[in-house]
Design a protein around this ligand. Structure first.
Ligand code: ADP
Ligand code: MG
Length: 654
């Protein structure tokens, strides 16, 4: 330690993360290489970007590269880059804290179950700290661009609670990350292990990755064809110089061509998957991807991916999302959210535009016409990519997709009017056609099963599948054999209030007060209902009087068979119980709901009520029939105690 050495503690979250890394994540060890190479490549991207404004940042070192070297004696593996580097302040900020928003929430989400946590942490991206998976000491020596050689900084930690920083001398610009490997992880000193891993993680990045190679000079007689190629001209010259001694030199081992700039037909699935992991830090393969070069009015390349798992903070407003933006191959920014609508915020990938200016900023992007054109292009590409999965004969991927993102996709029906039709095609719902809660019925399926007479698409929103499936509103539909879509997510009701039709078929809620079955209505039934109403005018009036203010009307219904009664909200802009709960939970005060009570005259309970002569008991029975209907509809009563008392007294016949 020198005089200028300073000891500092890690931020609490970093300590938690390091603990987790040291104790659990053995199955995915290799990710440390991906993360460190990824950081080195980011640092070089940042230097290139800075050079767009000011060429002088390159100094006399414009040959950008990442280098890996292993020292078997010292048992160290070093990853070096000559990128942007870090100052003393930056190193403390970047390698002592976690800047990601919602970090605290993330840690709350950890379960202690290793398998699950490892999944989560993969999504979170452990970045630099993954070095401690294989190293018991990590030393980072960095010299930022434009900083004097004797003002470089050395950061060191054993990955427990603290780290030290000191000022040191470093000849070249950039960063060396030196890993002192754990006893069990010596394999990362082996040339072939490294080569394998590095090619896997770096073939698609645009920076050359180099490793030292031992060159054995060959005798002239052995000279083969390949030595005649231009690439080897230099080597050949050197060969001649040192014909006897072995020597080492840096050799590029990756392709070093940004993946998305290559032609799709030359890229393997594995390369696409690795590139996804590079940009997303996910440990899992992506669900699907789409790679498009677009020419014409705008020229751009997009490479979009759908992750297999929704991010843990998908519904957090501050969640970082968006594409990695490049302009003419130069990296501009991460998380450019301007190119994807909100409902596609889970899409990851790269957008490389030829038309945006190199000095583009978030502010400029915000209100540029070009941005909205690119957004519309990328949105279409993303929807096509998802649509392809939806049409796939093997539905496994789409099932996963729908489970992870279905409720977010529904937001698109309201958010993205232009693409509403395409988004509707992607919807999957539970339905009375099935006897389980699986959301696997598309609107096309539904329409294909509609009897000729049926003009509308019928749906029911409820708070759970069980409540929906046993809803009394379905009785008449069951009797007539008409399919009803069962929608049980919070977002459904909001969406269904805003959309009116699909392919010229109107959406009709089965709980609508003016439920019109059109041609599906049975003439006989309708007549029966009218007759019953006429015949029971006095009875209906009496029930209404008994219930007083609680109801706006009491009617005879033919939508029920096994249930005595149901309640209907007011008007066509009816609010279901579900919506009411959402609004109330958000702090709005709503006027008491008044209901129209519909009763089924064929039901024994209603017959019993009609036969009741005692005025008080008539009131009680009427109240019971109303309460039951409200309970079935809302899943709760305002005064449950009163209801229990009422039931008890009726049961005991008091
Ligand atoms: P992320 O890369 O997602 O930001 P990391 O934990 O991998 O998270 O790295 C944290 C930060 O440390 C980076 O954002 C960067 O600012 C800095 N950093 C890490 N490695 C390097 C490097 N080789 N050169 C320059 N800066 C680096
Ligand atoms: Mg990183």
């Amino acid at each position: 330690m020198t005089e200028n050495t300073e000891k500092r503690g890690f931020q609490t979250e970093v300590k938690q993360l390091l603990n987790l890394l040291a104790n659990s994540l053995y199955s995915n060890k290799e990710v440390f290489l991906r993360e460190l190479i990824s950081n080195a490549s980011d640092a070089i991207d940042k230097l290139r970007f800075a050079a767009v404004q000011d060429q002088s940042v390159y100094g006399d070192d414009s040959n950008l590269h990442i280098r890996l070297s292993a020292d078997k004696e010292k048992k160290t593996l070093t990853i070096s880059d000559n990128g942007i580097g870090m100052t003393r302040d930056q190193i403390c900020e970047h390698l002592g804290t976690i800047a990601k928003s919602g970090t605290a929430d993330f840690f709350k989400n950890l379960s202690g179950d290793q398998a699950k946590d490892s999944q989560l942490i993969g999504q979170f991206g452990v970045g630099f700290y993954s070095a401690f998976i294989v190293a018991d000491k990590v030393t980072v020596v960095s010299r930022a661009a434009g900083v004097a050689p004797d003002q470089a900084v050395c950061w060191e930690s054993d990955g427990t609670g603290e780290y030290t920083v000191s000022t040191v001398t470093k000849a070249d610009r950039g960063t060396d990350v030196i890993l002192s490997l754990k006893e069990d992880d010596k394999e990362y000193l082996e040339d072939w292990t490294l080569r394998n891993a590095v090619t896997k993680y770096s073939d698609h990045i645009s920076v050359p990755v180099e490793m030292l190679e031992t060159v054995k000079p060959e005798k002239k007689d052995d000279d083969k064809e390949e030595d005649k190629s231009e690439d080897n001209a230099e080597e050949k010259a050197e060969d001649k110089k040192e014909e006897t001694a072995e020597y080492t030199e840096w050799k590029q081992i990756n392709e070093a061509k940004a993946l998305w700039t290559r032609s799709a037909k030359d890229i393997t699935d594995d390369e696409y998957k690795e590139f996804y992991k590079h940009i997303s830090h996910d440990w899992d393969d992506p669900l699907t991807w789409a790679h498009n070069h677009v020419e014409g009015a705008q020229e751009y390349t997009s490479l979009l991916y759908v992750p297999k798992h929704a991010p843990w903070d998908l519904f957090n407003r501050e969640q970082k999302h968006g594409l990695k933006l490049y302009v003419q191959r130069v990296f501009i920014m991460d998380d450019a959210e301007q190119f994807m609508p909100g409902y596609l915020r889970f899409v990851k990938g790269v957008l490389d535009s030829n038309d945006l200016p190199l000095n583009v900023s978030r502010e400029i992007l915000q209100d540029s016409k070009l941005t909205s054109k690119l957004k519309s292009g990328c949105t279409k590409k993303a929807l096509q990519m998802i649509g392809k999965m939806a049409k796939d004969e093997n539905q496994d991927n789409y099932k996963t997709f729908w489970k992870e993102y279905g409720s977010v996709m529904k937001e698109g029906l309201v958010e993205d009017y232009d693409n509403r039709e395409e988004i509707f095609d992607l919807m999957r719902y539970a339905s009375t056609h099935n006897d389980n809660s699986e959301q696997n019925v598309s609107l096309q399926d539904y329409i294909s099963r509609m009897p000729e007479k049926q003009k509308n698409i019928y749906f029911l929103t409820a708070s759970t599948y069980a409540a929906a499936a046993s809803s009394p509103y379905l009785e008449t539909f069951k009797k007539k054999g008409i399919e009803v879509l069962l929608m049980t997510e919070r977002v459904d009701e909001w969406v269904m209030n805003q959309v009116t039709e699909y392919k010229e078929k109107k959406f009709v809620s089965v709980t609508a007060s003016d439920l019109d079955l059109g041609d599906l209505e049975d003439k006989e039934e309708k007549e029966k209902q009218e007759n019953q109403t006429k015949e029971n005018e006095d009875f209906l009036k009496k029930v209404k009087e008994a219930l007083g203010e609680q109801v706006t009307d009491v009617k005879v219904t033919n939508r029920l068979t096994d249930t005595p009664s149901c309640v209907i909200g007011q008007g066509n802009q009816m609010m279901t119980a579900q919506m009411r709960r959402i609004l109330e939970a958000s702090g709005q005060t709503l006027p008491d709901e008044k209901y129209t009570l519909e009763i089924n005259l064929d039901h024994d309970l209603v017959k019993h009520l009609a036969a009741e002569t005692d005025e008080n008991r008539f009131k009680d029975w009427a109240q019971l029939i109303l309460d039951e209907a409200i309970l079935a509809d809302q899943g709760a009563l305002k005064e449950p105690a009163r209801y229990v008392k009422l039931v008890n007294s009726l049961l005991l016949n008091k």
